[in-house]
Design a protein around this ligand. Structure first.
Ligand code: ATP
Ligand code: MG
Length: 408
């Protein structure tokens, strides 16, 4: 089986998907803008061949180059074109269409990429989405705001990482946000939904989940991304049968049908309102970032990198779906700017958590801080897991409050 896999080593977790593909017997034809010499040594054994392109985001150029490259290699057809990175899912679909291959169409993938279109399609299936409007000018935005009412949320149509996503409390605040969003050509203006926020993650075969996961954001991502002092916590939920989650899971499954999901990962976000209503947030036809796949793997002691590849290539899912743990990840942010100088409270935390701490990847003293606005990874993380939710929660928040990092 020949697989064209876009961006096989960036972001870094893509190396794991390359591994998965190789492990299920695929010949991986990697395409990326990383120079061949700069490919991480780890990924090399998994790549059957590699094409470096000058600009991976230049869809026309990449399509021409990949087509020509395969021709010089004497390859008439490949079996799959895959990407697990949000900015490249459309390109993968365009290549499939150009070569007349199976897999999700460009139009279907647009439904997972365009935040307004996805809400329209989900709403058309009778599902609850935030009221929203696509806006292109300040005038349109003000009109939409009047109609939708405050508080509301403004965000770019094709956003990721909560970049440029703003909660707007009143008309004065809207003026400020409009000024900050001058560079954005198209935005979604939507009703602000209060409540708790969760993920619904799947690995699907033909739109039917072979694997499902729910994780809770603590606090909700918008707050994680706006308050630097917060140590964001995300915990996978071991008990997916609990009544609290039933509406969200039912919503998630229906969203997959409404959008015409095919094979592969999905990552959805949804709200549970104080009244117990499940409201759609957004969805991508790719895995979540920020180590959520590692969290799912720790939840069930499985390897979803490989299982995704098995599904993508052979349409079979063979891992166990038994959930053994609630897995919590805690991202830390150092106090101060510059380089990490010291970490406090880590020893005590590790002694307290014992075997339940499964990963500790905090940046070490001397390392420059990461930009917490740009990446949820922030200054590193610890991962804990426990069969009981309350204990996973307690250990996660122990790390959140008692581990302190400093920089200068
Ligand atoms: N209508 C809404 N009501 C309440 N909160 C919202 C709404 N839309 C977005 N948010 C908040 O903003 C966050 C970011 O929005 P969204 O997920 O749409 O953007 P994103 O840029 O794709 O973010 P990410 O890549 O972090 O998922 C959400 O996770 C949620 O916390
Ligand atoms: Mg989101």
């Amino acid at each position: 089986m020949r697989v064209v896999f876009l961006a096989p080593s960036y972001p870094p977790e893509m190396i794991e998907y390359s591994r998965g593909l190789a492990e299920v017997g695929a010949q991986v034809y990697g395409v990326g803008d990383t120079p061949r010499e700069a490919l991480p040594a780890r990924v090399k054994p998994y790549l059957y061949d590699y094409l470096q392109v000058p600009r991976i985001m230049d869809e026309e150029d990449v399509m021409d180059r990949v087509t020509a490259w395969l021709k010089t290699r004497g390859i008439a057809t490949v079996d799959r074109v895959l990407s697990n990175w949000e900015p490249l899912v459309i390109l993968a679909a365009r290549l499939r269409e150009r070569w007349g291959m199976p897999g999700m169409s460009v139009d279907t993938v647009h439904g997972f990429r365009d935040k307004q279109l996805m809400k329209e399609r989900v709403a058309a299936a009778g599902l609850r989405v935030p009221r929203s409007k696509r806006v292109r000018t300040e005038k349109e935005t003000r009109a939409a705001a009047e109609e939708i009412g405050y508080p509301l949320v403004m965000k770019p149509i094709a956003g990721a990482g909560s970049a440029d996503t703003h909660k707007v409390d009143d008309a004065n605040a809207l003026d400020d946000v409009l000024a900050q969003m001058r560079g954005v050509t198209e935005a979604s203006c939507e009703e602000y939904v209060t409540g708790e926020e969760f993920t619904f993650d799947t690995v699907c075969i033909d739109g039917k989940p072979a694997y499902e996961n729910v994780a809770q954001y603590l606090p909700k991502p918008l707050e994680m991304r706006t308050l630097e002092w917060v140590s964001p916590v995300i915990i996978t939920v071991r008990d997916m049968q609990q009544p609290k989650l039933a509406k969200g899971i039912a919503l998630g499954r229906k969203v997959l049908s409404a959008l015409g999901m095919g094979d592969g990962f999905t990552h959805m976000e949804w709200f549970l309102t104080p009244k117990g209503e499940a409201v759609f947030g957004e969805i991508g036809c790719r895995p979540g970032g920020a180590h959520i796949v590692d969290q799912m793997n720790y939840t069930g002691d499985i390897d979803l990198f490989r299982e995704w590849a098995r599904v993508a290539c052979h349409r079979r899912f063979e891992a166990s779906t038994v959930r053994k743990y609630n897995a919590g990840i805690v991202f830390k942010r150092a106090l101060g700017r510059g380089r990490i100088t010291r970490i406090e409270g880590l020893g005590d935390f590790l002694r307290e958590a014992g075997e339940w701490c499964v990963e500790e990847k905090l940046l070490r003293p001397g390392t420059p801080r990461r930009n917490w606005k740009h990446t949820l990874l922030s200054d590193g993380h610890v991962m804990v897991r426990h069969p009981e939710w309350d204990e996973a929660f307690r250990l996660s928040f122990l790390a959140a409050t008692n581990i302190r990092m400093y920089a200068e």
